[in-house]
Design a binder for this molecule. Structure first.
Ligand code: FDA
Ligand code: NAD
Length: 434
């Protein structure tokens, strides 16, 4: 079968795939030059909506409301947008085989495409408790969340819930956001995670204590320092009880699991150099193969600010890395080069009436400022991370857009401090002087 030739191919129609399309159009794209493949049935959308407004009890977000690029204040790219721009968007189509020598890709439908330049944007998938051989993990009523199909199943389970308690497994991003959404849907939530505090990859116990108390105030039962050892099922194979390592158990027919993600490197795994679990790329997101770029969750890229290399599973980087790769590809065609990717890490979450942002690196000593008390349920407070007298990271709960810009500037500039007292007493005022 003759291969279908495309100048550019993007594998993965998620956040990075959508932003790559926009950047190609912005920089000049001829009809027929670009094909995007996506396993999903929907055109690229802003994935963060799925663990937030998509699950709200009132006026939930639905497509086409959150197609890319609305998340960054851009034009919404509906399926027609791709057609108008002459972009072939092949939905529900998985790339199952790659040949980097011949520059070909094979779809699950047996079509063969040949690319000039390939951008990999295949993202991540959730870690499944069945992979950890947790007994009963195949029971009905246990949910994971990565795409709209998963979110729809959770919406159905919320609707079908008849006052039974839910268990949220994991104290990371999914755990935090899903515990809030289920509570908003009037479902009693038990949160179970092995660490001593919520969101352990970013929060210190002091920082976490505000969120833990806030969640407990909303009725969430937080069970820390233990894991799920098994699920019991009823006669219909539906989960009925969650057994914990600490010897206790929770009767529950509704479980949501968020125990981490793993990057999807297939089908190019083994064909491209890897580093730290992702495809190794340079500062323009080019892989070890000069015709192949990798962006978003799957890319391990040089973190210029910190002199190391990292993989980042967050939406801001997915957007920016996609734009950087397309800019580099277009520049290379003119014999030019783009500036190196100089990324400032940015993580955020929203749940209930809470909204926090973090910029930079959470290394060194953590210095809390503001009213970090359970009594002040919606107070503004923050934290700085200080290493070798330099402020490396900044966190703010409840910041306005302008205030969030201030803490971003601190993390970017890494000002020197002689004493952490000036951070405690200055709080946001410290940031406003930078
Ligand atoms: P993404 O996962 O978006 O897209 C990958 C696409 O490739 C998918 O459509 C997939 O089906 C497809 N694909 C994979 N293999 C394929 C193949 N072989 N052939 C064809 N298609 C293939 N971040 C943040 O900063 N703030 C937030 O609030 C949130 N919230 C959030 C909620 C939820 C529920 C999730 C799951 C994740 C977040 N994130 C987040 C993380 C953020 O969404 C994530 O980092 C980006 O979506 C990554 O973008 P990518 O394009 O790399 O992958
Ligand atoms: P995560 O890495 O944020 O959290 C995983 C959590 O799982 C850990 O904090 C730990 O508490 C818990 N855990 C690990 N093993 C466990 C076990 N055996 N039993 C119980 N708990 C266990 O991952 P996630 O929350 O699953 O998120 C998945 C992906 O989605 C990540 O890439 C994340 O960045 C992304 N996401 C991001 C946001 C956001 O940025 N606001 C929101 C949702 C999802």
């Amino acid at each position: 079968m003759a291969a279908i030739l495309r100048k550019y191919i993007v594998v993965g129609g998620g956040v990075a795939g959508g932003y790559a399309a926009r950047e190609f159009v912005k920089l000049g794209l001829q009809p027929g030059e670009l094909t995007i493949f996506s396993k999903e049935a929907a055109a690229p959308y802003e994935r963060p909506a799925l663990s937030k407004a998509y699950l709200f009890p009132d006026a939930p977000a639905r497509l086409p409301g959150f197609h890319v690029c609305v998340g960054s204040g851009g034009e919404k790219q509906l399926p027609d947008w791709y057609a108008e721009k002459g972009i072939e968007l092949k939905l529900e189509t998985e790339i199952v085989k790659a040949d980097v020598e011949n520059k070909t890709l094979t779809t699950n439908k047996g079509d063969i495409y040949e690319y000039g330049t390939l951008i990999l944007a295949t993202g991540s998938t959730f870690l499944n408790l069945a992979d950890f051989k947790t007994p009963g993990a195949d029971a009905k009523g246990i949910y994971y969340l990565r795409d709209i199909g998963d979110a729809d199943k959770i919406v159905e389970a919320i609707k079908a819930s008849k006052g039974d308690e839910a268990v949220v497994v994991g104290g990371g991003y999914i755990g935090l956001e899903l515990a809030a959404c289920l509570t908003m849907n009037k479902i009693k939530v038990n949160m179970v995670f092995p660490e001593p505090c919520l969101m352990p990859r970013l929060f210190t116990p002091e920082l976490a204590s505000f969120y833990e108390r806030y969640y407990e105030g909303k009725g969430v039962n937080i069970i820390k320092g233990t894991t799920v050892t098994a699920f019991e099922k009823d006669d219909n194979g539906h989960v009925s009880k969650v057994l914990l390592k600490n010897g206790s158990s929770v009767n529950s027919t509704f479980v949501v699991v968020g125990v981490g993600a793993r990057p999807l490197l297939a089908p190019l795994k083994g064909l491209i150099e890897e580093e730290k679990g992702g495809f190794k790329v340079d500062a323009s997101f080019k892989t070890s193969n000069p015709n192949v770029y990798a962006v978003g969750d799957i890319a391990t890229f040089p973190m210029k600010m910190y002199g190391d290399s990292r993989r980042v599973e967050h939406v801001d980087h997915a957007r920016k890395s996609a734009m950087q790769a397309v800019q580099a590809i277009k520049a290379a065609e003119k014999g030019e080069v783009v500036d190196e990717y100089d990324y400032l890490p940015f993580f955020y979450s929203r749940s209930f009436n809470l909204s926090w942002q973090f910029y930079g690196d959470n290394v060194g000593e953590t210095v809390l400022w503001g009213r970090n008390g359970a009594a002040a349920s919606e107070s503004k407070f923050g934290a700085y991370w200080v290493k070798d007298n330099k402020v490396m990271g900044a966190f703010l709960e409840g910041g306005s857009p302008d205030e969030n810009k201030l803490i971003a500037k601190v993390a970017r500039e890494q000002p020197t401090v002689n004493s952490t007292d000036e951070l405690v007493s200055g709080g946001l005022g410290f940031a406003s002087k930078i």
